[in-house]
Design a protein around this ligand. Structure first.
Ligand SMILES: *Cc1c(COP(=O)(O)O)cnc(C)c1O
Length: 475
């Protein structure tokens, strides 16, 4: 791989000074006396090199990306253009009077997201889903501290996203895990067993990570509230229910949304995101500051919240993400509902087409995603889910999430999203059928996949434990 990733042919990209001795504004003691050993290429070669590397990457612009749990859909490019408009490029320290347009956009976005979630107040500040979770859990903690109840535990179903227990823990709670029942739903009896005066909240999502709607959600919220506890909703992937129902109707008190999954900011490269947090009326005063408010005349940043947990992000969050989300919501309007409808339809279509070829542990209608199992291929052909995932890469398909949720053995978690059409879905079905056939008839081929990618099978453990991130000349 060295020839692809590393380049240095000695041509000089830039010449800072012909005669370093002429530089008199840096003390001589800071001068290097040996070569720094940086790669040497010309500007044009450097550009070609990075373009070539980027072409090796797989991305949603290149092919199908059915990543379960982490909504990887196409987002309109026009929203990137809108976010980069010159007028939105404002210094974060300008006064409210000089930023009325930007504040209005944030205020309107808050209002739209409140309508979508059904909640009463919202902060745009957190910059990721997990950041939103932590913010929400800090709000819950401060709420109980303020009302003089020292509740220490948070209940989390075993199907929850891995960030949930981490966030609860970071906010100072102990985590109690409860098992799902054989229908893939929260086991209400198991919940009752761990429910006591020590429980601050339950963190869950609906649909859950199996893509199934929690039918007992009303009973769960009644039980929790009767116990004096709160309910937290992980709304990272909101395209299952948007416009049809909302967390408030289901009895939740706090919800976070990932604008960088459902609302038009692409994600995956660690770029800016927004894990906005919405709460019901009684938690409003605990939100982080500032909120954006309107006094009938002007928009302003409101720092005046009685029990605020303080600030969770410098300034007010990632503004460009807000522009994209706002543009997306305005663009779709009432059709946001169709996005959910198509996300659910696409998932059910794939589920029905694939269930005769792969095990489907929960054979019921799903929401925006579903979970297959590679158990059959493992037992009958000795081929693991990891091998199946690698084989998909030979068909211009990013592998779905695998081995999650943990409660399904050899899990293959598929979320096609609303942005794909039937032709793409049918191609994917054919790919999966071909792989299932090959597992039976040509297992060696699947076991040695992928065959067509720039890098073949990667030693992922070594790559994670001993990453080689440094260019060393002549290495
Ligand atoms: C992606 C995701 C998160 C975490 O969001 P980040 O922005 O990656 O921190 C939390 N919960 C669920 C269900 C998710 O899919």
């Amino acid at each position: 791989m060295k020839t692809i990733f590393e380049k240095s042919n000695g041509s000089n990209g830039i010449n800072l000074a012909d005669n370093v001795e002429d530089i008199d504004f840096i003390s001589k003691e800071f001068f290097r006396d040996s070569e720094i050993g940086l790669p040497q290429v010309s500007e044009l070669e450097a550009m070609r090199h990075y373009k070539e590397l980027s072409d090796l990457n797989f991305c949603i612009e290149k092919g199908f990306y059915p990543l379960g749990s982490c909504t990887m859909k196409y987002n309109p490019k026009v929203n990137e253009f809108l976010a980069s408009l010159e007028g939105f490029n404002i210094h974060p320290n300008v006064g409210d009077d000089k930023a009325q347009g930007a504040l209005k956009l944030m205020y309107n976005l808050q209002s739209a997201l409140l309508k979508i979630t059904g909640m009463d107040a919202l902060t745009l500040a957190p910059s990721a889903g997990a950041h939103g979770e932590m913010t929400g859990m800090m709000i819950i903690k401060k709420y109980f501290d303020t009302i003089g109840e020292n509740r220490k535990t948070v209940i989390i179903p075993d199907s929850a996203h891995g960030t949930n227990p981490a966030s609860a823990k970071m906010a100072g709670f102990d985590v109690v895990s409860i098992k799902s029942n054989d229908k893939g739903q929260v086991d209400i009896e198991a919940l009752k067993e761990v429910l006591n005066g020590d429980v601050a909240a339950i963190m869950m999502t609906n649909p859950n990570t199996l893509g199934l709607f929690e039918e007992g959600v009303e009973e769960i919220s009644n039980l929790m509230h009767k116990n004096g506890s709160l309910l937290y909703y992980d709304g990272a992937n909101f395209n299952a229910i948007m416009g049809y129902t909302n967390p408030k109707l289901m009895g939740f008190d706090v919800v976070h949304l990932n604008l960088h999954k459902t609302f038009s900011t692409p994600h995956g490269g660690g770029g800016p995101g927004a894990g906005v947090v919405a709460v019901t009326e009684r938690l409003k005063d605990y939100l982080p500051t500032p909120l954006v408010d309107f006094n009938g005349k002007e928009y302003f940043r409101n720092y005046d919240l009685k029990h605020t947990i303080g600030s969770v992000k410098d300034f007010y969050g990632n503004f460009s993400v807000f522009v994209k989300a706002y543009a997306y919501i305005l663009m779709l309007g009432k059709n946001l509902k169709n996005a959910s409808e198509n996300a659910v339809l696409n998932a059910n279509y794939l589920k029905e087409k694939l269930k005769t070829y792969y095990d489907l542990p929960y054979d019921v209608p799903c929401m925006h995603e579903f979970v297959l199992s590679g158990e059959k291929q493992k037992h009958e052909n000795g081929i693991s889910t990891l091998n199946i995932a690698k084989a998909m890469m030979d068909s211009n398909t990013h592998p779905p999430t695998v081995y999650f949720p943990l409660i399904v053995h050899e899990a293959i978690m598929i979320e096609p999203t609303e942005s794909e059409n039937k032709e793409v879905l049918d191609d994917f079905v054919n790919t999966m059928i071909k792989i299932a056939d090959e597992c039976k008839n040509n297992p060696e081929y699947i076991l040695s996949s992928p065959h067509t990618t720039p890098v073949r099978k990667i030693d992922e453990v070594t790559a994670a434990r001993h990453p080689d991130l440094k260019f060393t000349e002549g290495n």
